[in-house]
Design a binder for this molecule. Structure first.
Ligand SMILES: N[C@@H](CCC(=O)N[C@@H](CS)C(=O)NCC(=O)O)C(=O)O
Length: 215
């Protein structure tokens, strides 16, 4: 066993970590512990006091508690299709920072506009600034940094998925056609399906769930 992953199925940060781990590691390489955010296990809180997911605890005891660092760790183990794309690292980091910053801020408010000051449309418009940036890129290349999949695609699409799901009618009737095709490509992929299996909440008494899966 290489590591333990604390994860939450529907969390987009945990999804990007699971995507990279499932891509890079051999089947059953790690133990997956499904966390319920309202009832986090003590084992998680004691290794990472901020207690966000995902958290990866390596066999050496090292704890990695940022999703992008977990992706980079996975790619340092194996990256046969070159997701790291060294020549585009700066561009990738800038795009991911936009995703994790302004876009995520708008997404959280778009999802729950009734708990915030402005309307759903207001927050959607703010989020659209990022969608437009992605759309522009995807009109000329199949993926965000060219015609091959890279880390930025995997780090970003789980968030675009969430944005699309807030109001599917709006999204699928919007002008973002290249973005829709890109999103659909990932949602239909075997890799994505393999990381979206459902698990019971982990408890220390429960039998271990191994990850990545064979199929
Ligand atoms: N910067 C962190 C953010 C992770 C994060 O915020 N995850 C959410 C779940 S989607 C979380 O654990 N929130 C804590 C909570 O809800 O208690 C990362 O990239 O790993």
């Amino acid at each position: 066993m290489l590591a333990i992953l604390y994860s939450f199925r529907r969390c987009p940060y945990a999804m990007r970590a699971r995507l990279a781990l499932a891509y890079a590691l051999k089947e059953d390489a790690i133990e997956l512990r499904e966390v319920v955010l309202k009832d986090k296990p003590q084992a998680l809180k004691s290794i990472s006091p901020k207690a966000t997911v995902p958290v990866l605890q390596l066999k050496s005891g090292q704890v990695i508690d940022e999703s992008l660092d977990i992706m980079k760790w996975a790619l340092s183990v194996n990256d046969e299709k070159n997701w790291l794309l060294e020549s585009c690292q700066t561009n990738m980091q800038t795009l991911i920072a936009h995703n994790d910053g302004d876009f995520k801020w708008a997404l959280d408010r778009y999802k729950y506009a009734d708990r915030h000051e402005h309307s759903e449309e207001h927050y959607r418009k703010l989020g659209e600034v990022f969608l437009q940036e992605l759309e522009l890129r995807l009109q000329t290349t199949k993926f965000l940094m060219g015609d091959n999949i890279c880390m930025a695609d995997m780090a970003i699409f789980p968030f675009v998925r969430q944005f699309a799901h807030v109001n599917k009618d709006w999204f699928f009737n919007s002008e973002y056609k290249a973005l829709m095709a890109w999103l659909d490509f990932f949602l239909e992929s075997d890799l994505f399906k393999s990381i979206m299996k459902k698990y019971k909440k982990w408890t220390p008494e429960e039998e271990s769930v191994l990850f990545p899966h064979a199929d």
